[in-house]
Write a new protein. Structure first.
Length: 426
């Protein structure tokens, strides 16, 4: 891999209703979750007070797709069409049970705040392939439903030099805040101003040798170059109609997930190292059948289209695409179970992620859960194992990729001996 596009489904998609299907779920619908399955698992405060934990089978149809007959929900018809091009990991797991620590954990390798994000680590370790665009770009879209907070520290640089932090692109007139020249300031005036500021900063650096001063000089120069590169990148008017037929008509609307997927492909063409799309609204504690359908409608076609588009342009062979959230959801209902509606609580013990491109095995399912999609019975993959595998595909040994801070050799993958999941590799 030379670059990564991470499709992050913020809020935790229900693996029970999308990928991790067991026919026996139809038989256990309505029964109380057996204690032999729950095994005293820690619960969130949202369901810990429930007196009953009725199991809920998916309220959607599943069919087998592809050469290997992979179960996929009817809510994901376009993803079903690419199952022979991806690896589906059904045995992802994490210790975090609430959103903020879980999202922080999978993005930074720690549940504690203040550590560098994966994109920042890659920017630091691998450097830039395009001097006119940031190494690490973040875009955010939202569906309908419960929205978990997203903080800039999730794409921050932590203790790494600040030039490696992610840059958030927006869908409005100014994709990057404060990038445009104010009224009365032209490019030549801006250039003279930056040259003057650079001389002052360089003199200060000679005095203090503070690395952040060098980072500041670098980012001022990047911002100047981005005044030309960003408008061209974000302008989709040159895209042919076939692009919008592939990604869906929503791709014509700035700020949608589909539009962000098209821009992610354009960034891959321009060799941006790490692109992360956050799509909010997957936290379905209630109204799951309706809200999950809407989320899938927003994201399914564009996610599959991105893989197909990269492939036809020859970019998939060195672009790693990842789709997934911070944890999964429970087989049991949160709140009262009715014939048409229910919710599901957080479930860190097992969830589903898929990967494609850049040497990843195709048409493969890894790991297995029990019939309740509650416990892993074969081939667990911890989130640090996933991150170690991502680093491996970029040519990085996660054990040796460290940064000294507060007396420790810090790592993205922590200290609990994660492994590269070689079974996922072609």
């Amino acid at each position: 891999a030379k670059r990564v596009i991470y499709l992050f489904m913020n809020g935790a998609p229900s693996q029970v209703d999308l990928f991790d299907y067991h026919p026996k779920m139809r038989e256990i619908h309505g029964i109380e979750l057996p204690e032999s399955i729950r095994q005293g698992q820690r619960l969130t405060t949202m369901t810990s007070g429930q007196n009953s934990f009725p199991c809920v089978a998916p309220m959607f149809k599943f069919k087998k797709h592809g050469q290997h007959q992979t179960w996929v929900s009817e809510l994901l018809p376009h993803t079903a069409g690419i199952v022979d091009k991806i690896s589906i990991i059904k045995s992802m797991n994490t210790e975090a049970i609430n959103h903020d620590p879980a999202v922080t954990y999978i993005n930074t390798g720690s549940q504690q705040q203040g550590k560098p994000s994966m994109g920042a680590w890659l920017s630091y370790g691998l450097g830039s392939m395009n001097r006119d665009l940031p190494n690490y770009v973040v875009m955010i879209s939202r569906g309908k439903g419960n929205f978990q907070a997203l903080y800039s520290r999730l794409w921050g640089s932590g203790f790494l030099p600040s030039e490696h932090q992610g840059v958030k692109f927006r869908s409005g007139k100014d994709p990057v805040l404060y990038l445009s020249n104010p009224d009365g300031i032209d490019a030549a005036t801006r250039r003279r101003m930056l040259d003057g500021i650079a001389k002052i900063n360089e003199a200060k650096y000679e005095e203090t040798h503070d690395a952040e001063i060098q980072a500041r000089i670098s980012q001022y120069e990047m911002a100047f170059r981005m005044q030309t590169s960003v408008p061209d990148l974000m302008d989709l008017s040159s895209e042919p109609d076939s692009t919008f037929e592939l990604y869906g008509e929503d791709a014509r609307k700035p700020g949608t997930y589909a539009a962000n997927c098209v821009i992610a492909r354009r960034m891959a063409e321009r060799d941006v190292r790490f692109v992360q799309l956050f799509h909010r609204g997957w936290d379905q504690h209630n109204n799951l059948p309706k809200d999950l359908r809407g989320q899938c409608k927003d994201t399914d076609q564009a996610s599959a289209a991105l893989v197909l588009d990269l492939e036809r342009r020859g970019l998939l062979e060195d672009t790693l695409v990842i789709w997934g959230g911070e944890f999964g959801r429970t087989i049991y209902s949160q709140g009262a179970l009715t014939e048409t509606n229910h919710g599901r609580d957080h479930h860190p013990r097992c969830f589903t992620t898929w990967m494609a491109g850049a040497g990843i095995r195709t048409g493969y399912e890894h790991g297995e859960t029990d019939d309740f999609s509650y416990n892993i019975v074969r081939d667990p993959v911890h989130i640090n194992d996933l991150n170690a595998t991502i680093l491996h595909q970029l040519g990085i040994d996660h054990d040796r990729f460290t940064y000294p801070y507060q007396g420790l050799d810090q790592r993205l993958t922590g200290v609990e001996n994660p492994r590269v999941v070689t079974e996922l590799l072609a």
